[in-house]
Design a protein around this ligand. Structure first.
Ligand SMILES: O=C(O)C(=O)C[C@]1(C(=O)O)C=C[C@@H](O)C=C1
Length: 148
């Protein structure tokens, strides 16, 4: 997911840039929040498409599990921990780049706060972890009704 794609023309640092002056651009901030939430929702809903392709690739594997409503087995079958790690590593990498760039823009010196970058990275990875879990749930729910 590219969070900056849907907020074209808006800096990826928008919230950080606007936060010191509080309410000055509050409408714009809420607009950006709404756009980001729509992106997160869209990203999770892609789970339906992903689930359909997984089902199509393994009809004989999924069909009995769907018929017996075996949610745990469906979740286990569609979970791809290797891919999850790729997503989480990518989020961590990009967040470091962005947080470092933000810090560098704030300080004339090269005294980049490792603490700030680490905290941003931790938060971003946590969000992506939740996003993967939500996407997985969308996939499971989609498959549960696939044969009805
Ligand atoms: O790429 C997949 O196979 C997905 O189902 C998507 C996704 C994700 O949200 O990134 C979700 C569950 C899988 O365990 C791995 C990744």
């Amino acid at each position: 997911m590219h969070a900056n794609a849907a907020v074209e023309g808006t800096s990826v640092f928008f919230h950080l840039e606007k936060s010191p002056d509080g309410l000055a651009d509050v409408d714009a901030k809420y607009t950006l929040d709404a756009q980001l939430l729509a992106l997160l929702s869209h990203r999770a809903s892609i789970g339906k498409v992903v689930a359909e392709s997984k089902y199509a690739a393994n009809v004989t594997g999924y069909t009995p599990l769907i018929r017996s409503k075996n949610v745990d087995a469906i979740r286990a079958l569609l979970t791809n921990t290797t891919q999850e790690q790729v997503v989480l590593d990518g989020a961590a990498r990009v967040s470091i780049t962005l947080a470092t760039a933000w810090e560098a823009a704030q300080t004339a010196s090269s005294a980049i706060s490792k603490d700030f970058v680490a905290r941003v990275q931790t938060a971003v990875v946590r969000v992506y972890r939740e996003l993967i879990d939500i996407t997985t749930e969308v996939e499971v729910q989609y498959l549960m009704q696939r044969l009805s």
